[in-house]
Write a protein that binds this ligand. Structure first.
Ligand code: C5P
Length: 277
C-alpha cells in the first residue's frame, strides 16, 4: 500500500504591495513570496473512505478544512472517486499569515494527482488551487515567486539561497478578511505596483515592506509594540508576513525571552522540478 508522506511548507512575503481594490471585493497584490522550511507533514494513503486526523485538536476535520476541500475539488474535476486516509502533523501556526492552510490544500492536490498516476499537469493543479484560495497556486511554484492578481498569478524566480529566517508568532491570530477590510485605498493607489521593488530586489537591493501592516497594527496595537521590540533586539528586518499575525525577522538578532511568543528558526527553501518540497 503506497503511503505518501509530504512536507507542506509555510511561506513569507518578502514584500507585499496592495495595488488596489477590485470590483469582486478582492485586492490586487504585487508580492514576492518565499517558501520556508517551517513545515507541516501530511501523510496520504488510499483508503475505503475519506478520513482526516490532525495533531492539532483545534482544527476542523470536515469540509471547512482546506485539505477536504482540495480532495472534493480534485474528484469533481477528474471524475475519479478515490478516497484517502490523511494525517496532518500541524507545525505551522494558524491565522499567522504563513499560508499554512493554502499549503495544505496545494499539497493535497499534488498528493491526489500522485496517487492517481500524475496525469494532471502542474499548471492545471495551480489553476484549480486558485479556486480554493489566493495563495494556493504559489505552492506549485519553485518556492520563490512574484505573485500578482489576487496572488494567484505566479511568476517563478531564481532561488535566493538558504537564507536563515526567524518567525515570531504572538499568542493571538489575525483574520485575513478582517485585515483587508481595514484598508482604505485611494484611487491613486492603483498605480503603485511592486515591479520597481522586484527589479531592485533581483539586483540584490532587498527592500521589505508590507502594505497590510498598518491595518494589522490598527486591529491589534500590540503587534506594533512587538515589531519595535524585535527591531531593538538586533534584527535588520522585522516584517509582518501576509496578513499576520506572525513576523519574519532577518539578520543577526535574538528574540527577547517571552513565554507568550512562539519562535521558529527556519530557512528559505526551493522545490526541484518534478518533486514536491
Ligand atoms: O483567497 P483567500 O480565501 O485566501 O482570501 C481570503 C480573504 O482575504 C478574501 O475573502 C478577501 O477578503 C481577502 N483577500 C483580498 N485580496 C486578496 C486576497 C485575499 O481582499 N488578494
Amino acid at each position: 500500500m503506497i503511503v505518501l508522506k509530504l512536507f507542506s511548507p509555510a511561506k513569507i512575503n518578502l514584500f507585499l504591495r496592495v495595488v488596489n481594490k477590485r470590483s469582486d471585493g478582492f485586492h490586487h497584490l504585487s508580492s514576492l513570496f518565499q517558501a520556508i522550511d517551517l513545515s507541516d507533514v501530511i501523510t496520504f494513503q488510499i483508503h475505503s473512505q475519506d478520513m482526516l486526523t490532525c495533531s492539532d485538536p483545534g482544527l476542523p476535520l470536515d469540509e471547512k478544512n482546506l485539505i477536504i476541500k482540495a480532495l472534493n475539488f480534485f474528484r469533481k474535476k477528474t471524475d475519479l472517486s478515490l478516497k484517502v486516509k490523511i494525517h496532518l502533523e500541524k507545525c505551522i501556526p494558524i491565522e499567522a499569515g504563513l499560508g499554512g492552510g493554502s499549503s495544505n490544500a496545494a499539497t493535497a492536490l499534488w498528493a491526489m494527482n500522485e496517487l492517481t498516476g500524475g496525469k494532471i499537469p502542474l499548471e492545471q493543479l495551480a489553476v484549480w488551487g486558485a479556486e480554493l484560495g489566493s495563495d494556493v497556486p504559489f505552492f506549485f511554484s519553485h518556492g520563490t515567486a512574484y505573485c500578482t492578481g489576487r496572488g494567484e498569478e505566479v511568476q517563478n524566480l531564481d532561488a535566493l539561497g538558504a537564507v536563515n529566517v526567524c518567525i515570531v508568532k504572538p499568542p493571538f491570530g489575525l483574520s485575513t478578511p478582517e485585515v483587508f477590510k481595514r484598508l482604505s485605498l485611494k484611487a491613486e493607489d492603483s498605480v503603485k505596483r511592486g515591479d520597481k521593488e522586484l527589479t531592485a530586489f533581483l539586483r540584490g537591493q532587498w527592500t521589505h515592506f508590507n502594505d497590510l501592516e498598518p491595518a494589522a497594527f490598527q486591529i491589534n496595537p500590540e503587534l506594533h509594540d512587538l515589531k519595535m521590540r524585535l527591531l531593538a533586539s538586533g534584527f535588520q528586518t522585522v516584517l509582518l508576513s501576509g496578513s499576520g499575525s506572525s513576523f519574519f525577522c532577518l539578520g543577526p538578532g535574538v528574540v527577547p525571552p517571552d513565554k507568550n511568543l512562539r519562535v521558529y528558526h527556519a530557512r528559505f527553501i526551493n522545490r526541484q522540478v518534478g518533486v514536491w518540497y
